[in-house]
Design a binder for this molecule. Structure first.
Ligand code: C2E
Ligand code: MG
Ligand code: MG
Length: 734
């Protein structure tokens, strides 16, 4: 192999030496530069026949060298110029050139002038190129693509092969596309040009058909004038001096030069996959580096955050971390009752001074560890500083506090005695029970202050133990927890009862309806009335469960009565919290009456005046929707708020329910009566119905009758009663 390549190199050198000698000899024998100047027009897009040298910028190529040689032999000085015109026949009409190259035979110029052509400079081989492995029909039925600039050549081919069909294209690329699409069977072009063009990697799917070759003449042309003819005669003399060896040497020289230079698209085509892989690799590396940096940054930030949020001695939260987490917990769980505990070691200074700071640190770490073990998920603890700890814990009754006291505080108390030392650790704690206001305006510092104040009370009065800052709140909290936790079971076990308080016509005593009021037969606490649990359920968001249950029971009763032929109407209470829980309450009631086969007038919807005051826009639209479905809406506890009169103007309810308590409880009863009588008139004038509740005496009933308010509800007539009693009430004497 090696020997062959060395031989090739020697041959190439020899070739170059012979060519140079020939050229020097030919040049020396020519009458260079002595005669007139001939301007020869040539195309520049047919490397290696005609092209512009990349380094020198001059026009060169096989055709140029042959022409120069012949012209100089004929006594001319020759200058080459790139043809600016679109076609060679057009160039023949131009004054810019004395001669135009190349022509196969004499043609007419674009304007129709006859031309003369020189003798043949060289016979140029033309070859067919097809798609690799493509089928090639016989010449006479071939569809061939050629360049438009070879129009003259195309005509010669047509003459040679009459059956051939030639399509002309403006560029090689266009012609190759047509071949690939199958529009032509092959492309025909000068073989030397092919040897250059097919070096392009993008054309590697094309191959030369060596068997399908033909030769064409390569002549210079000029207008057929006496001067033109004389010039051709002289030129033919020069052409006659071109030897075959010289021709072959020139062809060999240009066809073996590495003329084709890769452009970007060639590199992409040749090495596209490798380049793509490299680019992907580089991008992947960059992405990995960026991602790595990002995670490192995040990790660092997380570490920093942990350093800030964590107490380095105990591993518990630091005060900063505690404040952040506590605030989030309260914000995310506004319905969850919490306590904030503050605790410290009363004799910590003594421990540090007498047992050493290290033992003190051990004790703190022990406390932290015990707390971590004992605290359930969702509770948090921090070391504020020194021996001060704070804890936010879900309020779940005394048992939980006792558990913490036994498992953690007792163990801390006896930490040293358990290890044979005579020191008993004294712990003082203060507990603050969060109130609903604490969730609205979250201020952990303020809560800590309260807990600290309770702790101070312990320190000042006792050796250790804990105190509540607000024990009433704690009791209330316990009750709330008791209620919230037991409601589902109470509903399930039928411990929630619906009682009815009849509503009467004060003139006749006839029962005209009833209000449904719930009662809770509590396992531990006995019979509970709404004031004992409604607020807790509202705060915890569970009132909706209770109300849905009550509404269903009422509908059940109404349905039963309907079946017995008794058409009754009952007012049910709707909490303002229900409105938030179900955004489509009207739809809910509509479905309910439908499910129990009732008419909407049987269910009256009571909404308190305060709910209307809190959210007038929503309530007005809710009222409208309910009325649209056929329900009557009642404004409950009218007179309890401060905006009663304003509300009358704004809200188009069907019935006003005036609560006597608010108007008779305090103040001057004479003035109260005056207000009531004006209210009755006003409501009547506004076209609304009115019922008065809380009627306790005969005297009140008489007064109301005298003022024209005949619908009444109150203990004077009936107290709320179980359903069985209510069913009998209409029929028995009071
Ligand atoms: P309310 O809707 O204004 O119901 C009337 C309350 O006044 C009832 O109290 C009733 O027993 C009481 N009452 C009736 N007549 C008289 C009287 O002559 N004198 C006095 N002093 N009181 C009288 P109750 O049943 O304790 O209910 C209290 C409140 O609890 C109700 O006020 C209502 O707002 C609410 N509530 C009751 N049941 C439910 C319920 O199922 N769901 C909801 N969301 N709230 C309910
Ligand atoms: Mg009511
Ligand atoms: Mg009421």
């Amino acid at each position: 192999m090696k020997r062959v390549s060395r031989l090739n190199r020697i041959l190439a050198i020899l070739q170059a030496v012979i060519l140079t000698c020939l050229f020097l000899f030919a040049s020396a024998s020519a009458e260079t530069g002595s005669g007139e100047v001939l301007t020869v027009g040539v195309p520049a897009d047919r490397c290696p026949v005609f092209y512009r040298d990349a380094e020198s910028g001059y026009i060169t190529g096989i055709g140029v060298d042959l022409m120069r040689f012949a012209a100089e032999k004929a006594g001319y000085t020759v200058s080459f110029r790139v043809i600016e015109e679109e076609t060679l026949p057009q160039a023949l009409d131009s004054d810019s050139y004395d001669l135009v190259l190349p022509f196969g035979s004499a043609v007419r110029s674009a304007s129709g002038r006859p031309t003369v052509v020189s003798d043949n400079l060289i016979r140029t081989p033309f070859t067919l190129v097809t798609k690799s492995g493509g089928y090639l029909p016989p010449w006479n039925s071939l569809h061939v693509g050629m360049l438009a600039s070879l129009k003259g050549g195309a005509e010669t081919v047509r003459e040679l092969y009459p059956g051939i069909k030639i399509v002309l294209y403006n560029s090689i690329e266009e012609a190759v596309q047509a071949l690939r699409k199958g529009e032509v069977d092959a492309l025909l072009h000068n073989s030397y040009v092919w040897s250059y063009v097919l070096q392009k990697p993008a054309y590697s799917d094309l191959s030369v058909q060596p068997s399908a070759m033909l030769s064409m003449d390569f002549r210079a042309g000029a207008p057929d004038t006496p001067a033109g003819r004389e010039m051709m005669d002289r030129l033919n003399g020069g052409i006659a001096e071109i030897t075959d060896t010289f021709r072959q040497a020139i062809v060999l020289d240009f066809t073996t030069r590495r003329l084709y230079r890769y452009d970007l698209s060639d590199y992409l085509s040749a090495y596209g996959l490798i380049i793509l892989l490299c680019v992907c690799l580089i991008v992947a590396v960059i992405l990995i580096v960026i991602e790595k940096q990002r995670t490192m940054k995040l990790e660092q930030e997380e570490k920093m955050r942990q350093l800030i949020d964590q107490d380095s001695l105990t591993g518990l939260l630091s005060l900063e971390g505690f404040l952040k987490q506590a605030e989030n917990m309260l914000r995310n769980h506004p319905e969850q009752p919490y306590v904030l505990v503050y605790a410290n070691i009363r004799n910590f200074k003594y421990i540090n001074d007498n047992l050493g700071k290290d033992r003190g640190d051990d004790l703190l770490r022990f406390w932290a560890e015990k707390s971590r073990e004992a605290l359930p998920d969702g509770d948090i603890i921090c070391r504020i500083a020194a021996d001060h700890f704070a804890m936010l814990s879900r309020a779940e009754g005394e048992a939980k506090l006792e558990r913490y006291d036994q498992h953690v505080i007792d163990a801390v108390r006896s930490y040293f005695t358990d290890r044979g030392r005579e020191v008993r650790v004294q712990i003082c704690g203060g507990i603050y029970v969060l109130t609903p206001d604490d969730y609205k305006d979250i201020n952990i510092y303020r809560m800590l202050d309260y807990a600290r104040m309770a702790e101070k009370k312990v320190r000042e009065t006792r050796r250790d133990g804990y105190e509540f800052y607000n024990p009433e709140q704690w009791d209330k909290g316990k009750q709330v927890a008791e209620i919230i936790n037991h409601l589902p079971a109470a509903i399930r076990d039928g411990n929630i009862h619906v009682w009815y308080q009849p509503q009467v016509n004060g003139e006749t005593g006839e029962i005209i309806g009833a209000e449904a009021l719930c009662r809770w037969d509590h396992d531990k606490l006995g019979w509970l009335y709404p004031p004992a649990f409604i607020e807790s359920l509202e705060e915890s968001g569970m009132i909706y469960d209770l109300d849905c249950y009550v509404w269903n029971r009422v509908c059940e009763d109404l349905h039963r009565w309907n079946e017995q032929g008794i058409h009754r109407s009952v007012s049910v209470n709707v909490s303002r919290c229900d409105l938030l829980k179900n955004r489509d309450l009207p739809g809910h009631f509509r479905d309910l009456v439908k499910a129990y086969d009732l008419t909407p007038d049987q269910l009256r919807i009571e909404i308190t005046e305060t709910a209307f005051v809190e959210n007038p826009a929503d309530l007005i639209s809710l009222t409208g929707k309910l009325q649209e479905y056929g329900f009557e809406v009642e404004m409950d506890d009218f007179g309890s708020g401060y905006s009663s009169l304003h509300m009358l103007k704004e809200v188009p309810v069907n019935r006003i329910k005036l609560d006597l308590h608010f108007l008779t409880e305090s103040g001057d009863s004479v003035r109260g009566r005056t207000i009531i009588s004006y209210m009755i008139r006003m409501v009547r004038d506004l076209g609304m119905k009115m019922i008065t509740e809380g009627v306790e005496t005969e005297e009140q009933a008489r007064f109301l009758r005298s003022k024209g308010c005949s619908e009444m509800q109150g203990f004077w007539f009936y107290k709320p009663m179980p359903v069985e009693d209510f069913e009998k009430a209409g029929t028995t004497e009071r």
